[in-house]
Design a protein around this ligand. Structure first.
Ligand SMILES: [Zn+2]
Ligand SMILES: [Zn+2]
Length: 247
């Protein structure tokens, strides 16, 4: 299976393309499973003053704004269903500093999945870096995005194998973020590069049974490198590790 489970549209402040444009680029790239995951602080807010605000005045509208985004993705999913499988996702920041935070009562249960970012930022972390409690509340499949979970689990005093095994048991997957584009200034994630060079880490992931997703974290289609997606998906499969949502 070739999957790309991390992408941004114009619903994120940093993205620029329509969901249609992304879906068509993914079809051209022969992706089997494509996930759209706009930022929770971008979706529906539509205004940078709100995005940078941590006030709660717009909370009452937040669920409706999420619903509109979700409904648009449902149209895209249905429209392109003959050519590609699209998942309706959202990327959630768990910081309450400098950005509009996800209201704690937000219902995410109808999304196909959500990605969580900033799990390893101890300061202002609204879920106390506890992905397990978050996932239970979310009631949709959850993945941890662009985070060095080997380092993170050691830092909180948990053996990585124990941590990944618990993730596997609770259906939480781990993202290999393979971005390489202008919006991230050509930066690549070190944990991802290290993982692909480390038979020891690969062995721990295999033993734990945790699933791994691949995401390009695209923000504009002219930067898209699907051959990179293909390469990393194939390498994970060759390791005997299952991808997220793989049957
Ligand atoms: Zn992110
Ligand atoms: Zn992202």
């Amino acid at each position: 299976m070739i999957q790309d489970l991390h992408s941004h549209t114009y619903y994120s402040f940093c993205g620029k393309d329509t969901p249609e444009t992304l879906a068509e680029a993914a079809i051209d790239a022969d992706i089997d499973l494509f996930g759209i995951t706009d930022h929770n602080y971008g979706v529906g807010c539509g205004r940078t003053d709100v995005f940078h605000s941590t006030t709660v005045e717009i909370l009452s509208d937040y669920q409706r704004m999420l619903q509109r985004y979700f409904d648009h993705l449902t149209l895209i999913k249905d429209k392109y269903a003959p050519s590609i499988q699209i998942l309706r996702g959202i990327e959630v920041s768990v910081l309450n500093k400098g950005r509009f935070p996800l209201p704690p009562q937000t219902d995410l249960s109808y999304f196909d999945y959500c990605l969580v970012e900033h799990l390893d930022h101890p300061e202002g972390n609204v879920i106390n870096s506890d992905i397990f409690t978050f996932a239970k509340k979310a009631r949709c499949p959850v993945g941890v995005a662009h985070t060095d979970l080997f380092m993170f689990s050691r830092n909180i005093g948990i053996d990585p194998l124990v941590y990944f095994t618990r993730m596997a048991e609770e259906g939480i997957f781990w993202e290999m973020n393979v971005n390489l584009d202008t919006i991230h200034n050509g930066h690549q994630h070190e944990y991802m590069l290290r993982f692909f060079e480390s038979p020891k880490e690969q062995d721990i992931i295999r033993k734990s049974g945790v699933r791994v997703s691949v995401g390009f974290d695209g923000h504009r289609i002219e930067d898209y490198k699907p051959e990179r997606i293909r390469n990393y998906c194939n390498r994970i499969s060759e390791m005997g590790i299952k991808l997220a949502f793989e049957p």
